[in-house]
Design a protein around this ligand. Structure first.
Ligand code: ANZ
Ligand code: ZN
Length: 835
């Protein structure tokens, strides 16, 4: 006898056991149906799942299960972004090697994911700290080295003195380390770089081919890549043969240049500093500022005159050359032509050092005092050129072209496109990462590790003592012989930025067990990912690096698609009391406790119901209770009385329901109409991934079915009510299956319905039932109300006309007259015009 009481723990375990035994989520390329690859961003194995994970993974799971019921061959894999700093910090604190800490966390979190019933193909699980995984990253890196797409250079980097590591520009927030908030310094060390700038143009233009990405994310990437079209202008330097190149996007202001400025690291400054102690000291001081634009922006603008004279490329005039802290070495040419009248930084600098401010741009039609334009600040708007010799009177566009032509003709400049995007520095001085597969030989220089010696395995049994990476002190790791000359040589002891591993994991899932190569033809079957789900915080870094890697792998002949993720959903944050749930705020809710108390389905239902996926979700304990109550009522309705028998009769194997709905009574038809309207609404919302309104449709449907059930027991009705109840239950179970898969699986089984619910067809609304039964239409004769007719909604024009003409009262008014015209306003009125 079926219990009428809902026992989530039992049924969830049973459903999960069933999926396990049947290997329900083990996917293959040879299955029928259009492929659909649904991926949620894999977690860092921090120890326990948090609500953000639960939300992310529930969204992905609902989409996967929904797409599967649409008949698609759906892949949903899961893995672990397993390298990274927290493992080292935890290792130090708990005195356990990062590898062990990480693997224990993975084991625990895997159990948690399984308890939530996510439909993952676990055979494809990967952890990025496994040598079988990172060996292919090392392999690719070597291929790229051969293609000149990676290189080593000594460069000023952002250095966090607390974490003792280099930070990518993106890891510097307002001049401070993204993790520990310590002020970032500059430091010169040898680094490995990936030439992402070689792909800047493609990364930018192909954003236009991603219509199913949020516009916001595409804009952020566009800004990050930062394309600007400008001119490279060469200023001569008095007494020197080589000129000074600057990059400007405002050549229209060229005649207003009153000095030029170079970055502290610029060769010209270094040269002067050699026998000028003040300059040398100033340059040294600048090392303490970060290299990011934000930290530069916040600086007080300072500089020193280098004592050199630059020669203006058009007027031949001599202007001073400064070294200035607001000029970035990494952008453009590391030098600027300063136009204090029209650039705010230049203006502030000129005020401070009493450099002339020369106005060369005024608003169109301006006839006031030109100096008044720049008395309080620079006049930065574009306009018309003044005081600009032969260029006077031109507008921005005209001036750009004319000055570009002039400079090109005189070999003093050329049009150039510049990107804000920098090459990606991938070296990290931390231990817990993939070793960079390079060898430094005293004789041969940098030599890649031969492919047959890959992977370079990171030693895992280490002690983290807080004093740098243990492999840097481990001769057994770094001592080796040069593959070229056989002499003693040293391995690279830096490891890769962990963004490297997360840049291609989505592809490896397709070829997870391929031991001979990074990817195989299965990657081309599954890729691109049809739906990617993850946090907006990855809008730039991860998503840009992954797009870059995809193109690298394409150009290495490993895959043929151009982009990794066709469609992107960025889910909103989980909030509590209005602010983001986070450990540091101490406002977290442990999903594990919730699952223990209510079961996975309740947690999934709450998460889907509380907000549409893209919006933030405010934690609400009462709503969790509400979700749980709903599931109890759902269980009760389906298991009550003879309802399971009805369902079996309706749906059981071999049964084809044939119901004469047309002859059911009016109430029954009305209810059925509502059932199908709700289904239709929910189908529309499902397609838009707007799951919260799907759930509310499900709730309304449940209430309605309770009404049907009690009407049926009032004894006044025939067995079309039985059919309607069974049909409604059948619809409700299938409709909610992606969201609350366990309870639906259990009820489907209890109802004796054949086959796995997972692969059941998606329910479709009956078009007949969607029509409103009968509607009333007024009939006019020559504009005067003469009758009312009752007619089936959606009736044909001819039918309506016939009915109107056939009405007794109407007949009286048209008798013996000629009908000239009949106007039908659908669902409202008919006007018969007679003479
Ligand atoms: C003269 C000028 C006059 C500029 C003016 C602007 C306004 P975007 O558009 O972001 O590419 N610049 C060039 N290289 C620089 C560097 N290494 N460090 C700091 N600033 C640099 O910015 C291009 C503008 O940024 C360039 O145009 C240059 O200043 C400055 F009324 O040149 B402009
Ligand atoms: Zn050598």
């Amino acid at each position: 006898m079926t219990s009428h009481v809902y026992h989530p723990r039992e049924i969830e375990q049973q459903a999960q056991d069933y999926w396990d035994e049947e290997q329900s989520f083990k996917m293959s390329e040879s299955s029928e149906g259009e492929k659909f690859y649904c991926l949620s961003m894999f977690p860092y194995p921090s120890g326990r799942l948090h609500m953000g994970h639960v939300r992310n993974y529930t969204i992905g799971d609902v989409i996967s299960r929904y797409q599967r019921m649409q008949g698609k061959n759906v892949l949903q894999p899961m893995g672990w972004d397993a390298f990274g700093m927290p493992a080292e910090n935890a290792a130090m604190k708990n005195n356990v090697p990062p590898a062990r800490w990480t693997r224990e966390n993975i084991d625990y979190m895997r159990t948690q994911l399984k308890q939530l019933g996510f439909a993952y193909d676990w055979q494809r699980e990967l952890a990025t700290c496994d040598p079988d995984y990172y060996r292919w990253e090392q392999w690719l890196f070597i291929q790229l080295y051969k293609k000149d797409l990676v290189y080593k250079k000594t460069a000023a980097v952002n250095w966090c003195p607390n974490d003792m590591t280099v930070l990518a520009n993106e890891q510097v927030i307002d001049g401070c380390c993204w993790r520990c908030d310590t002020a970032v310094e500059r430091k010169e060390i040898p680094q490995w770089f990936m030439k992402i700038t070689a792909y800047a143009d493609e990364l930018l233009t192909e954003l236009d081919n991603l219509p199913d990405w949020p516009e916001k994310v595409r804009t952020m990437q566009r800004n990050w890549i930062g394309r600007s079209k400008g001119i490279e202008v060469v200023f001569g330097i008095e007494g020197q043969d080589t000129g000074l190149k600057v990059f400007t996007t405002r050549p229209d202001t060229l005649m207003g240049v009153s000095y030029v400025a170079v970055a502290p690291e610029h060769a010209l400054a270094t040269e002067v500093a050699r026998d000028n102690a003040d300059i040398a000291a100033f340059i040294k001081e600048c090392e303490h500022a970060g290299t990011s634009e934000a930290s530069i922006e916040a600086l007080e603008k300072r500089g020193l005159d280098l004592g050199l004279k630059a020669i203006h490329p058009i007027s031949g005039e001599q202007v001073p050359v400064y070294v200035a802290n607001f000029v970035l070495i990494g952008y453009g040419e590391g030098a600027v032509m300063a136009v204090p009248a029209h650039d705010q930084r230049d203006w502030e600098f000129a005020q401070k050092y009493q450099i002339p401010i020369r106005v060369v741009i005024t608003p169109e039609g301006y006839d006031g005092d030109v100096d008044a334009l720049v008395s309080d600040a620079a006049h930065v708007d574009k306009g018309v050129l003044v005081n600009s010799a032969e260029f006077t009177g031109l507008n921005f566009r005209q001036a750009f072209d004319a000055i570009a032509a002039y400079l090109e003709k005189n070999d003093r400049g050329r049009v150039r496109v510049n990107y804000r995007l920098r090459d990606w520095g991938v070296s990290r001085q931390r231990y817990w990462g993939a070793p960079i597969p390079m060898i430094n030989c005293p004789d041969c220089g940098v030599v890649p590790v031969p492919e047959d010696q890959l992977p370079v395995v990171l030693p895992e049994e280490v002690v983290i003592d807080g004093e740098g990476s243990p492999i840097k002190k481990m001769p057994a790791f770094y001592q080796t012989t040069c593959p070229e000359c056989g002499h003693d040589a040293q391995r690279e002891t830096d490891t890769f930025d962990t963004f490297m591993e997360s840049s291609w994991y989505y592809a490896r899932y397709a070829s997870y067990d391929q031991g001979e190569s990074m990817l195989d033809q299965r990657a081309d079957y599954w890729l691109p990912v049809d739906q990617y789900v993850g946090g907006i915080e990855h809008a730039i870094l991860h998503l840009l690096y992954a797009r870059f890697f995809h193109k690298l792998m394409r150009d290495a002949g490993l895959i043929t698609s151009n982009e990794p993720f066709s469609r992107l959903l960025t889910q909103g944050m989980v909030l509590k009391d209005g602010s983001k749930m986070s450990k540091s705020r101490g406002n977290t809710v442990d999903p594990q406790e919730l699952v223990g108390k209510y079961g996975a389905d309740t947690v999934r239902l709450f998460t889907m119901f509380a907000a549409p996926p893209e919006q933030s979700l405010e934690w609400n304990g009462n709503a969790v209770e509400g979700a749980s109550r709903f599931l109890k009522r759902f269980w009760k309705l389906v298991t009550d009385n003879d309802h399971l028998d009805l369902l079996a009769a309706w749906k059981g194997p071999g049964n084809v329901p044939a119901v004469d709905w047309q002859n059911a009574d009016a109430d029954c038809r009305k209810w059925r109409h509502e059932v199908h309207c709700l289904l239709q609404q929910s189908n529309r919302d499902f397609a838009k991934y707007q799951f919260n309104t799907v759930v509310s449709a499900g709730m309304k449907l449940l209430n309605l079915l309770y009404d049907v059930a009690s009407a049926r027991h009032s004894g006044t009705v025939g067995n079309t009510y039985d059919a309607l109840l069974a049909e409604g239950i059948d619809i409700l179970i299938r409709m909610l299956a992606p969201i609350v898969p366990h309870i639906c699986h259990a009820l489907w089984g209890l109802g004796g319905v054949g086959g796995a619910l997972l692969d059941a067809n998606w329910p479709q609304a009956d078009p007949q039932a969607l029509l409103r039964d009968n509607i009333e239409i007024v009939v006019q004769v020559n504009g005067k109300l003469r009758g009312k007719i009752n007619i089936a909604a959606g009736a044909e024009q001819q039918q309506i006309e016939d009915a109107a003409l056939g009405d007794d009262n109407v007949q009286r008014f048209i008798k013996g007259r000629q009908v000239r015209k009949i106007i039908v306003v659908p669902n409202k009125l008919v006007n018969i015009v007679v003479s």
